[in-house]
Design a protein around this ligand. Structure first.
Ligand SMILES: *Cc1c(COP(=O)(O)O)cnc(C)c1O
Length: 382
């Protein structure tokens, strides 16, 4: 984003706040659609990355489906105008009211994560006189080579159904008259930058599909989840992820069943770049090895660095000087983990300077909290 172009607008807001570049978002969504359409793939936007209304509207306008992980998200997706027949609902712990909400809105699919969940959905559907469309979320045991906190497809993770439960699943499914198994679902993790991981996923999915086909099953849908990573280090060099290479891998290595529809659930890759957290420097304090730039945003506005040790590029956006110094950029919250970045070179920074924390459009504003009784951040759109 060209911050200088919007200098007066940004300087007139009270900090901290999120600023979203809707043009950058639109370009990203178009690029994704264009590549997915080549193969007839359907992309569902993972609402948990960012559920801001204006962002949801952009997805609805471009015809994306929705991927939800809570009743609140199903409700938000319906209200934003997503076609219920393109809404899928995953999550290891769906409460009864959340399942009922999905059933009454006639969403496309529940991605179920355990044998017991199949039984519960079947019972609730029976009471409502409905047949619940489900996909089995299977744990493919593929290493996504990403941070352990955002790994979801290994046997040690809580997500998905493991191979030792397959027979039990088949038995339960046969005895459940109020569910219809429409597909298989996989999601192995997030911020995956090694595309070879998706090739491994394809070969596991092929094996697993064959296992079920050999036992008399057939599936209308196969859903490969999300997880495509972005370039946090060089955002302006790579504002749009390589969707071309990503979808091509599935075209080359996935073996869909005849007439099977292939689905994806992307979150981060679609929205991370378009959002920035803007904050002002409150104080500069001399440290031992570096200076501290204490800013007015903290882990309450953007928790990813504190939670996952995630890296976000930090820039002093209107600084004029060529004089650089080293800083730890930290927030005001009473936790030592409330640090955005350590020992980075910035133009000599002073009280009142505007700092942008880049690529904060995904898992930023949605994770904001009121810890320390802080106010939730505002957002503006340009
Ligand atoms: C979080 C999530 C996604 C999206 O992951 P990204 O890394 O943001 O693309 C997709 N599917 C499921 C089930 C998820 O929980």
């Amino acid at each position: 984003m060209d911050f200088i172009k919007h200098q007066s607008l940004l300087e007139n807001q009270s900090t901290p706040f999120y600023v979203y570049d809707l043009q950058a978002l639109g370009a990203n969504l178009n690029a994704c659609k264009q590549e997915a359409n080549k193969y007839g793939y359907e992309v569902h936007y993972a609402l948990k990355a960012n559920a801001n209304n204006k962002i949801l509207s952009a997805f609805v306008e471009k015809g994306f489906g929705a991927d939800c992980v809570s009743g609140g998200e199903v409700q938000a997706a319906v209200q934003a105008g997503f076609n219920p027949q393109k809404i899928v609902f995953a999550g290891v712990g769906k409460a009864d009211w959340e399942i009922e909400l999905g059933l009454s809105n006639e969403i496309a699919c529940f991605n179920v994560e355990s044998v017991q969940e199949i039984e519960v959905i079947n019972g609730l559907a029976q009471k409502m006189g409905k047949v619940a469309p489900i996909a089995l979320r299977l744990n493919p045991n593929v290493d996504p080579k990403t941070h352990s906190y955002i790994t979801t497809g290994l046997e040690e993770n809580k997500f998905g159904i493991n191979p030792w439960e397959y027979e039990n699943v088949i038995e339960t499914a046969k005895n459940s008259k109020n569910i219809k198994i429409k597909g298989l679902h996989f999601h192995i993790g997030s911020q995956i930058t090694d595309l070879g991981v998706f090739k491994n996923l394809c070969s596991r999915v092929n094996e697993i599909q064959n296992y079920f086909v050999d036992r008399g099953f057939s599936f209308e849908d196969v859903n490969l989840g999300g997880g495509l990573g972005i370039d946090y280090a060089q955002p302006d060099e790579n504002p749009i992820p390589d969707y071309k290479a990503f979808f091509k891998i599935f075209d080359q290595f996935l073996e869909p069943l005849p007439n099977q529809k292939v689905h994806f659930e992307l979150g981060r890759s679609l929205v991370a770049y378009c959002g920035n957290l803007i904050t002002k420097v409150l104080y500069i304090k001399e440290g031992v090895k570096t200076n501290f730039a204490i800013v007015d945003a903290g882990m309450t506005e953007l928790i990813r660095p504190a939670l996952y040790n995630a890296y976000h590029k930090v820039e002093n956006i209107f600084a004029q000087t060529e004089d650089f110094e080293k800083y730890d950029v930290v927030g005001p919250i009473c936790e030592s983990s409330d640090t955005f970045v350590k020992a980075i070179e910035l133009p000599k920074t002073k009280r009142g300077d505007f700092i942008a924390i880049r690529c904060a459009g995904a898992y930023g504003e949605v994770m904001a909290s009121g810890y320390n009784l802080r106010k939730l951040p505002k957002s503006i759109f340009i």
